[in-house]
Every structure is written in structure tokens, then in C-alpha cells.
Design a protein around this ligand. Sequence first.
Ligand code: NAP
Length: 313
Amino acid sequence: MKGLWVIWSPDSSRGEEIGTRSNQESPEVKEYSENIRLGETLLEIDRSDRKEIGRTGEYVSAIGLGTWAIRDYSKCLEAYMYAIESGVDNIDTAEMYHNGKAEEFVGELVKRVGRQRVFITTKILPERLISREEVLKAARSSVKRLGVSAVDLMLIHWPNRSMSISQQVRNFESVYLKGLARYIGVSNFSLTELEEAVAAVRKADIVVNQVHYSIIHRDVEKDLLPYAVLKGITIQAYTPIERGAVKDLEVLKQLSYKYGKTPIQIALNYLISRPRVIAIPKAESKKHIEELLGSMGWRLSLSDLILLSRASS
Ligand SMILES: NC(=O)c1ccc[n+]([C@@H]2O[C@H](COP(=O)([O-])OP(=O)(O)OC[C@H]3O[C@@H](n4cnc5c(N)ncnc54)[C@H](OP(=O)(O)O)[C@@H]3O)[C@@H](O)[C@H]2O)c1
């Protein structure tokens, strides 16, 4: 429902920066108008299962897949090929995962399904950022393991605490300038660090911040998400089902009866209802993939989204 703005993060003072309330006549907005409090963040409900990467004009599925801690690579390959056939088109990996083996796995996946069907995100370790040469060396190794000429998106895995954000981001930008990554972004950056990163880049934009975000872990809603919406930066939500633990939440169990969806599907739907948010769970079986995919194609009602945000805060 374009133009519908709702209350989100009660702790934020940035709401008014994002936009003014519109569509006041919407029955859902009316129903909750008494809950509107000054300073609360107003965010649009995103009803699309295709999400833009930054302001690039490129869209990917609202559910992508991660590759951390894969146990059985051949079973996972089968499951991820099935996921791609079913409409998932973005895969997250990192040079750190299994010492490069996860990148090789994504390389194999891409070889099987075709390069154009996968938006590849990989992440570079912070210690590589000490110089442009080191960053480029690491990025070239990643790209080689992935078997591609360039990845779609390369991220700083987490900030290097021994150097300034601006210096590390400028060094990192060389992966874009040298054509090893079509886009660049960051991961585990706080709001202040993200702001510094956005200010530091010269030619490329910071299009993504990949952060821990789940129904249980919602800190991002306080300041990062409002800022991301304002600046057109995509939030990739990692550990979005808390390694399966969300399925035991009572409030999700209750809603699962109402919607005929599983608690995991409700938990993911909550995330992808946020503008700019893509969730990147990891799963190794076709059965798990099917459940994850079932979080798309529908939306929780506004009242239940608000219920969830309050129940889990
Ligand atoms: N940037 C960072 O610092 C960072 C940090 C952590 C993670 N990540 C990325 O985010 C991805 C996802 O995060 P995560 O792996 O930490 O956690 P997650 O996606 O919340 O949980 C993955 C676990 O949930 C299980 N699972 C998947 N579908 C399920 C289902 N339908 N029912 C029950 N259990 C299910 C998986 O089991 P099976 O494997 O047995 O299917 C796996 O053990 C990672 O793979 C990685 O790519 C990034």
C-alpha cells in the first residue's frame, strides 16, 4: 500500500526526517491513530517481495540465502538450486566462511544455474583494509573462488577498529574502482559508522549495511533502519530466524494459527514488511527452503505487525 506510513520504532527521534504522515484516511491508520506519539518513527509497509539494492535500480528477492556454517555442501547445493528455481536470486557469502569453501560453493551454484540468476554478495575481512593493495589481493582471491569476473556486491565484514572509518572505506572503494565488485557496502556498522562510510566514499555509493536483525533482535529499528530508509540503503538482515529459535516464540505460534503460516514464516514476513529490508536466512534442506520461501507472497496485517513489534520489544 504505497503512501501508508505507520509508527515503528518508539525509541527513535528520527521519524520526522523520514516523511510526513500521508494517507491519513486509511482505515488501518485511523484504527491506530491514537497510538501515534510524537517522535515515533514513521515507516512505510513494504508489500513487495522484490527489494531494491540501494538506489541502483536493481531488485532482488526479499528472501536471500546465507552460506555460513554449511555442514553438507552437496545437500545444500541441491537445496539452493531448488531455491533459485523457486525465485530466490541473491546469495550471501564471505571469504571468512569455512576459509573460502563457502565462496567456492557459491561459485559451483552459479556455474550450475547461470551467472545472471544470482546476485552475489561477499564480504572481506576488516584486516584487509589496511591498504588498497591488501584489499585488492583479498577481493581478487574471493572473485577467483567464486569463479566470476566481478561480484555484484562486496561488503566490509565488520569495521576495522584500528583505523578510521573513512580511511578503511576509501581503501575498500578500490574494489569498485578496479571492477571487482559492481557495488559496495558494509556490515555490522553502527549508525555513526555508516554515516562516516557514506561521507567517505568518492565514486561508489554504500548500498547495503548487513546487520543482525530478527524479531528478537530489533535494535536496528531504533536508528539504522530509519536512516537507511532516508538514504536509500538496503538492510540485509542476518541471523533472521535466530538459527531456528524464533519458532518457539509464543506470539508467533498464536499468529501462525491465524494465518496458516509457521512461526518462522511469520518472523520473516515481519522483517520483509519493512522498507529496504532483505532477510538472508541459511538453510540446508529443501524442506527448510520451502518453509523460508513461504514467508513471501503475503503480508501480516498492520495491526499484527504492530502487535509483534510491541510483544517482542
Ligand atoms: N555479516 C555478518 O557478520 C553475518 C553474521 C552471521 C550471519 N551472516 C549471514 O547470514 C546468514 C544467516 O544467518 P545465520 O546462519 O547466522 O542464522 P539463521 O539464518 O537465523 O539460521 C540458520 C539456521 O536455521 C536453520 N533453519 C533454516 N530454515 C529452518 C526452518 N524452516 N526450520 C527450522 N530451522 C531452520 C538452519 O538449519 P539447516 O542449516 O539445518 O537447514 C540453520 O541451522 C549466514 O548464513 C550468513 O550468510 C552474516
